[in-house]
Design a protein around this ligand. Structure first.
Ligand code: PLP
Length: 407
């Protein structure tokens, strides 16, 4: 059997393995130190009561012949698809057709799988630093070229840094697909509607499409920040949007998400004809996916009830409070800090003269605090560092006071 050689070109998943290795070594050498983890990209609060009772009730239904369910609809149960349309989009003035919403087991699967719709030679642009799945999934299909030093030679990188206030430039060469993630992982920054419109206009003009990852939209607190790319005029012609219950409702271990593929998003086939990506995604999902389990979809739908909404918001508010503690604490220390207002991620500039890995070591050694070096998210992440709001308030406050002693 001949294998897909593209896998051999992937650099190891170095970042979290290496931070874990260094943390473990430190803990082994300093067993009495209480190490605080602000590198976590996973939620820590349990599922809310409304979700749990909906899931219990659905499990009970599965145990009774009359209400038992086998394979569900490939694209999601009506009750969830309609709740998404009604609660996530209608209030924004966005009307989605029933068959434009696809329920799935995660945004990671969707952003990773969507590349199957692109031509093998399609040119891909990513913001830099970046959530690595967009890059690696395209690399696995041979679209990223070769990995040379710190980057792929066929990818177009759109640098985001303090100099451009983390607003990516539109690609300066022909590109088929751009991945955008807002609120952003890892920088925690957002784009206003006007800034997003620049990308939508560019995509419409250049017949490109945008994969918009809105996994962190529940953390948006500021008024003029779009919760969906479809709030931007014309976006329905060029954008696919991926959303997730993982960070919205603590579903990282429960698994439920959805992707919106409007009928009006079209790509060109090799004969130059326009083809609906919605029809292609339907084909892909019905061929390779058998739906999310009934109890999990019931659990997801429970977050749209009045109690569910309030309970989930309280958890998000708790994480946002932690983000505020980090952001304000570090700002007071004179550090350059970004994100953390509409996001659980705080992105900081490491002190001059240091790189992001030496800052990791310094923080671990002197403050016993673990974060994530920016260099792990792409070449433009060097010189920056990510702290996350997913620990407890107490530990977050303790971590910030340790940093105060250091600086
Ligand atoms: N998209 C981004 C930007 C993420 O940071 C993550 C998880 O960390 C995901 C998607 C994954 O979402 P899910 O848990 O729904 O697969």
């Amino acid at each position: 059997m001949r294998i897909n050689d593209e896998y051999g070109k992937l650099p190891g998943s170095y970042l979290f393995a290496e931070t874990a290795r260094r943390t473990k070594a430190y803990e082994a050498a300093h067993p009495d130190q209480d190490v605080i983890r602000l590198g976590i990209g996973d939620v820590t609060q349990p599922l809310v009561p409304a979700v749990i009772s909906a899931m219990h009730a659905a499990v009970d239904e599965m145990g009774v012949r009359e209400t038992f369910r086998g394979y569900g609809p490939d694209f999601g149960y009506d009750f969830l698809v309609n709740a998404i349309r009604e609660h996530d989009y209608m209030p924004l003035g966005i009307d989605l057709a029933y068959d434009e919403v696809f329920v799935s087991d995660g945004a990671k699967s969707d952003v990773g799988n969507i590349q199957e719709l692109f031509a093998p030679g399609a040119v891909i642009a990513v913001t830099d630093p970046v959530y690595p799945v967009y890059v690696d999934s395209n690399a696995m299909s041979g679209r990223a070229g070769s990995y040379v030093k710190d980057r792929w030679d066929r990818l177009v990188y759109l640098p985001c840094n303090a100099e451009n206030q983390f607003v990516p430039p539109v690609p300066d060469r022909p590109v088929d697909v751009v991945y955008l993630c807002y609120p952003n992982n890892p920088t925690g920054t957002v784009l206003t509607k006007a800034q997003l419109k620049v990308f939508v206009d560019w995509a419409r003009e250049h017949e490109a499409i945008i994969i918009y990852d809105a996994a962190y939209k529940a953390f948006i607190t500021e008024k003029d920040i779009p919760h969906s790319i479809y709030e931007v005029e014309g976006a329905k012609e060029v954008a696919i949007e991926c959303c997730s219950y993982s960070k919205t409702a603590g579903f990282t271990g429960t698994r439920c998400a959805y992707t919106v593929v409007p009928h009006s998003v079209k790509g060109l086939n090799s004969a130059g004809e326009k083809v609906e990506l919605n029809a292609m995604w339907k084909r892909r999902m019905s061929t390779k996916f058998n739906g999310v389990s009934y109890p999990v979809q019931r659990a997801a739908a429970a977050i749209y009830t009045p109690e569910g909404k309030a309970q989930v918001q309280a958890v998000i508010d708790g994480y946002l409070k932690n983000a505020q503690v980090i952001r304000e604490g570090l700002t007071k220390l004179g550090m350059e800090v970004y994100g953390g207002v509409n996001s659980p991620y705080v992105w900081l500039k490491v002190p001059s003269g240091m790189d992001s890995w030496s800052f990791f070591d310094l923080l671990l050694d002197r403050c016993h605090v673990v974060g994530t070096p920016g260099a792990g998210f792409g070449p433009s992440g060097e010189g920056y560092f990510r702290l996350t709001a997913f620990n407890t308030l107490e530990k977050t406050e303790e971590a910030v006071s340790r940093l105060k002693l250091l600086f």
